[in-house]
Design a protein around this ligand. Structure first.
Ligand code: SF4
Length: 202
């Protein structure tokens, strides 16, 4: 009986611990989803829609979204349109410098399937072949309302952390992304961030 009683007490403690962890995790996810630091960086014409989204006209700061100047402070990267290989290199390097957890919003049709540049020789067609994308916002060009909707959907995904986020995909499938990057850049491949700065083979 005594043994059973002790087991029961332990079970109770474990349950309390589990519920505490889940409350703590919920709180962390809520704070994370409502303090989104966006790298002030734009590619393509979609960048034109970002200033009204971030200033008084739409004031996205109401949702906890603010702009920051450097990748090391940022946790959201918006790729706001078409990318030439030259631009993509900078996008990848900026993404790799960001601290985890980090998320990518791909803004505009060009990032999904090439958009109006689908047969262009010098732009990429699918951004998520090179870095993981957490939220696509389609349109050409997507209006600030669409971008705000994208942020709200991303917030919901961050609150529900059961799905694999893009930064986890990048870590778990790094070879896949790096192979695609190598195919595109050929001998001009930039060494991975880990190799370059940390002396670790990526
Ligand atoms: S989707 Fe349209 S607006 Fe956006 S970068 Fe491409 S062409 Fe420009």
């Amino acid at each position: 009986m005594e043994y059973g009683f002790i087991e029961y007490e332990k079970d109770l403690e474990n349950q309390e611990l589990k519920s505490t962890q889940s409350v703590v995790q919920k709180a962390i996810n809520w704070f994370r989803s409502h303090s989104m630091f966006v790298l002030a960086y734009g590619t393509g014409c979609g960048a034109i829609e970002m200033p009204p989204t971030f200033t008084s006209r739409y004031d996205i700061e109401r949702l906890g979204v603010v702009g920051v100047a450097t990748p090391r402070q940022a946790d959201i990267l918006i790729v706001s349109g078409y990318c030439s290989p030259k631009t993509l290199k900078r996008v990848i390097r900026s993404y790799e410098q960001m601290i985890e957890p980090k998320y990518v919003i791909a803004l505009g049709s060009c990032t999904i399937n090439g958009g109006m540049y689908w047969d262009s020789y010098n732009t990429i067609k699918q951004l998520d072949n090179y870095i993981p994308v957490d939220m696509f916002v389609n349109g050409c060009m997507p209006k600030p309302e669409a971008l705000i909707e994208g942020f709200v959907s991303l917030q919901k995904n961050i609150l529900d952390d059961t799905k694999e986020a893009g930064w986890q995909k990048y870590k778990n499938n790094y070879e896949y992304y790096f192979e695609n990057q190598k195919k595109l850049f050929k001998k001009n491949i930039t060494p991975s961030f880990q190799e370059d700065f940390l002396g670790v083979n990526g």
